[in-house]
Structure formats: C-alpha cells, structure tokens
Design a protein around this ligand. Sequence first.
Ligand code: NDP
Length: 450
Amino acid sequence: MNTYIEKVLKEIKTKNKQEPEYIQAVDEVFSSIEPNIIAHPDYEKVALLERLAEPERLVIFRVPYVNDEGKTIVHRGFRVQFSSLIGPYKGGLRFHPDVNQSIIKFLGFEQIFKNALTGLPIGGGKGGSDFNPKDKSNAEIMRFCQSFMTELQRHISKDIDVPAGDIGVGEREIGYLFGQYKRIKNIYEGGVITGKGLSYGGSLVRKEATGYGLIYFMREMLKNAGGITFNGKTVTISGSGNVAIYACEKALEYGAKVVAMSDSDGCIYDKNGIDLNLIKEIKEQKRERISTYLNSHPDAQYLKKESNDSPIWSIKTDIALPCATQNELTLNSARELVSNGLLALGEGANMPCTKEATEYLLANNILLAPAKAANAGGVAVSAIEMSQNSMRYYFDFEVVDKKLNEIMINIFLQCKKATEKYNLGTNYVSGANIAAFEKLADAMISQGIV
Ligand code: NDP
C-alpha cells in the first residue's frame, strides 16, 4: 500500500480505537484510492486525507424526555457535520439503540462521498440518537423528537445543515422534528429538513427514492454486464423498512420475483413471491413484526434469526439486496450466497457487507453495487425537495422520478468511467470511491487549507 495512505490509516486507527465502524469505512475508501494518491504526491503536503477523514464538527447532546409513566429518560443525541466542501451538511438522523459515535461518524464519512456522486450541491453530515422508537407510544415519540430538536435547532438551517430520516426516523418523526423547529425559530423554513409529509413541503418520490434508485442503478449495472435484466430473476431483500419496501416495489415492476424479506428478528420466505401490499400494511400501517405475514400466507416460512448470519442469505437467489443495516452480511453469508449461484448484490443499506464479505464477493466476480453509489437516490431526491422548497413549488411525480432515474444513470456512468480509467474490471466499489474522491479532492484543493 502507498506509504502516505498507510501512515494516515495507522494514525486514524490509533486515534479512534473505540470506533470500529468508522475505521472500517475510512479503510475501505482509502484502500481503493491508491491510484489517485500515487498520481498526486502533492496531496500529502496539504494533508488532504487527514482533512477528509476528520469531521468539521461533532456535536453530542443530552436528550431528556418524559415517558408515558411520567418518568424522565435521558438519551444521547449526535450530529456530525462532516464536510461542507460542496454544499450544506446533508444526511439523515437514525434513532436506534445501537447508535454511538462510531456509527454516526461512519455514516457521516460515507455520506460525503455519496453526496458528491449525486452531482448536486450537498455536503455530508449524519446524526441520531440511541433512542429506540419501537414499542413507544405516539406521544412518547413526539416528546422525544421535540426534545431532540430543541438542541439540534441551534446547529442547523437550510443553508448550514439539512437532516432527513434514516433507520427509525420516517415521515412521522420528521413531522414532529420540523414542527418543533418551526415553533422555536418562528420561521417556515421548509428546506431545513427533508422527507417531510406531502401536505407541508415534502417531495413526491422522496419515500420511494432510495429503493427505486437502488434498482435503477442495478438495472444499469446488469445491462452493462451483457444485457442482463431483472425480468424473471429471483431476488431476496433484507429489511422491510423504507428502502426495502420500495426496492421490492420497483424490482417487481421490472418482472423480478422477490421471495424473501426480513426484520431484525427473522425473515419470511414465500416461494410464491412476496405479497408486497401485505408487507406495507404490516410495516407502514400496523408497525408489526414481519412474522405476522404468516397469518395471511400460512404457506410461507418464517426463519428466525439465531446468530450474526441472517437466515435470509441462506436462501438461493440471483440477486441479493441488503437493505437493513451495517455489517448485516458476513463472510459466511457471502460464501453461502455465492455457492447458491448469486449473480449480483446491491447495497441498499449503508455498509451492509463486512469487509471480508465484500472482498469475497469481488473475488468471486459478483456484480456488486456499492452503497455510496447505489443508495444515493434518497439523498438526491432530498436535494430536489430542498430546491422545490426554495422555489416554493412542487414538481409532479413523473418529473422527480425522471430526474432520479437520470441521476442514478449518471452515478453508474461515473463509477464505470473510474473502473475503466484504472483497469478495475467491474469493481464498482473502487469505482465509486475513486469517482467521488476525485471530485472532493478537487474541491479541497480549490478551497485552500480549511
Ligand atoms: P427503516 O427504519 O425504515 O427500516 C430498517 C429495516 O432494517 C427494518 O426492517 C429493521 O427491522 C431492519 N433493521 C434495522 N436494524 C437492524 C439490525 N440491527 N439487524 C437486522 N435488521 C435491522 O430504515 P431505512 O429503510 O430507512 O434504512 C435502511 C438502511 O438504508 C440503513 O442502512 C440506512 O442507513 C440506509 N439508507 C436509508 C436511506 C433512506 O432514504 N431512508 C437512504 C440511504 C441509505 P426492525 O424493524 O426489526 O428493526
């Protein structure tokens, strides 16, 4: 490995010992941009890698709220404002008990690259809390969101930092967060948060954007690999949240047969093809566990999750779409997928494959659509939501969907161009990292030492 990259990675590992996910994310990017670093020995003098990996700012704050029993509970809130090189900090909020500094920093770091690939003027940020919205009442969630925003509002605005949703933060939570921001600031500032409801400034297609965008990217990648299409292919999708549901919807529209979906407790396998309307009812309306699918489809199977290796990856499939969470697909699972004849894998979730799983999939010539590129559709439509808010205007569904499609095609072409430039075959993981890095490095050099 190039000595400058090696030195910086060593320093980052020493300085951030307690942050394995953050180290994993930086390691993956820096290990794949070697050709750029070799071509630019000047980067070391201006500490370009060190500056890229160090967040501009990280805010950690107390989030107290009163639960339905009248007891005060205290959670920890985070917002990392990672990079404003190419626009206001932009990235979602995650409410999940696993949230910690390492997870927020890894997500914030990846967001910089993803946002650069969209071609839109957005920097990178991320935030969240170790609050678990599952099993909480609506009133508890509202009080928590209000408390979270009471602190966050000091740090954000439509031109500074624009949060959105992520795991555990959907349209309901965005509404409560936005309402509190408006109340404190006494201003209707639509562009301060994205993923809003359609009745008060949200964009059509935002809900569908990440899932649809993933399938648009995959469509291009498959087409480029000899005219392969989704039609007739078997697909398995982990998760059953926002990204998973709309990836499923578009894959079905393209003629695929989706046979399995999951949540954190286990997965359902329906060899007749998943009943997506039922999944939407269970997950979007009733907020129940996916196992209740069997009440309506007793022929389907429920496979409980017993270890780190999710049972969904033992199901034979042509295309796997991990759309749940980081490191959900291990080396064991990758081996199983490959031995069952996997053709392609698309990362809907952020960093869903462990480092070893990614290396194994690439070594076995699996077509791998990396998260930074393949799941950028959500943030792209968020940026389009910000534009509509600034214009005080709404675009039709078809207009936004067409724009999303064009953005995803363009992201694929950027990845492909980078793989061709550096003879990387179909390694789009490196292609995405290199394409985004080139843009960021250029912006950093242009803006001087900041
Ligand atoms: P949701 O909260 O809507 O859904 C998350 C899904 O993943 C649920 O089915 C959940 O199951 C499952 N899940 C969460 N944590 C775990 C875990 N530790 N193990 C197994 N399953 C888990 O989130 P999204 O769909 O919005 O996000 C999913 C992924 O996509 C995340 O990695 C997110 O960062 C990424 N992403 C999301 C974007 C968006 O626009 N929403 C944009 C780009 C990336 P359960 O209900 O049991 O917890």
